[in-house]
Design a binder for this molecule. Structure first.
Ligand code: GRG
Ligand code: 1GP
Ligand code: MG
Length: 240
């Protein structure tokens, strides 16, 4: 199974943040996004995670947990599965295999048939995820492309994630990663805030991830990014 092969757009909900006043998770699900990921770096607890998964899982959009530490993983039938980050450019091995080993050690309930990894390449040195993982963000386009190649061809990852969390990245760098991939799906996240920014990145990545916008601006702004991501897709054949 690889649902994400058809996704243009994901909303990422951070359980440590609130929605805009008056908006609900039902409204988020109704933006036209293809999937909801639930995850964030700091302030994550099992209880917060469970509350958001429950609220999102009732609607018609697939929900995936993106755990940031082994203690915040919850198991339920309301979500489709688990997309577990492996930070390829982390400076601390905890975020490459250490936390994963701990998860396997402490959790007897892992459903491996619903678990996949995301090969993260963390690019914004100002983001909490960069300091948390001590990522080496000093990368050129060819470094990023090489990480993407390693993720797909050496590590066998189905998803490569170019992560600029909090800031809009360089489309040429994202394109360099895209160019090396054969089958793997390329996620891009960071600073998508309107139609044009979504359209620009969706033209180079397979799937764009919108995070802060849903918490800061709300569902109308998110809907515009869905439109941008859709309009970046190649037109369907006309059947001539
Ligand atoms: C093995 C298990 C179950 C967990 C470990 C998973 C790993 C390696 C986590 C590393 C951190 C990571 C990649 C988290 C994913 C979510 C993410 C990138 C959130 C965005 O982070 P920021 O935007 O920097 O943080 P805030 O928005 O919380 O400030
Ligand atoms: O919050 P933003 O900047 O939209 O980033 C989205 C996502 O890539 C964060 O993990
Ligand atoms: Mg963030």
């Amino acid at each position: 199974m690889s649902d994400w092969a058809d996704w243009d757009h994901i909303v990422k909900i951070d359980p440590d943040k609130t929605l805009v006043e008056g908006e609900t998770f039902e409204d988020v699900a109704a933006t036209g996004t293809d999937a909801i990921e639930v995850g964030g770096t700091t302030g994550m607890t099992e209880e917060k995670m469970a509350r958001v998964v429950e609220a999102c899982g009732k609607h018609d959009v697939p929900v995936y947990i993106e755990p940031s530490n082994p203690a915040s993983v919850v198991h339920s039938d309301l979500h489709e599965g688990y997309l577990v980050p492996v930070v390829l450019n982390a400076g601390d091995v905890t975020w490459i295999t250490g936390a994963h080993k701990e998860w396997a050690r402490i959790d007897d309930g892992i459903d491996w048939s619903r678990t996949w990894t995301e090969g993260y390449i963390v690019m914004n040195p100002e983001a909490s995820v960069a300091s948390y993982t001590q990522a080496d963000c000093d990368l050129e386009a060819d470094d990023v492309a090489a990480y993407a190649e390693v993720a797909e061809h050496l590590l066998g990852q189905d998803i490569v994630y170019v992560e600029y969390s909090g800031t809009f990245g360089d489309p040429e760098i994202v394109e360099a990663a895209a160019a090396t991939l054969d089958e793997a799906t390329l996620f891009y996240g960071g600073g998508i805030h309107d139609y044009d920014s979504a359209r620009t990145m969706a033209a180079v990545a397979d799937t764009v991830v919108v995070g802060d916008l849903v918490h800061d601006e709300g569902v109308d702004a998110v809907r515009e990014t869905v439109e941008g991501a859709r309009d970046a897709q190649p037109a369907a054949p006309t059947g001539e």
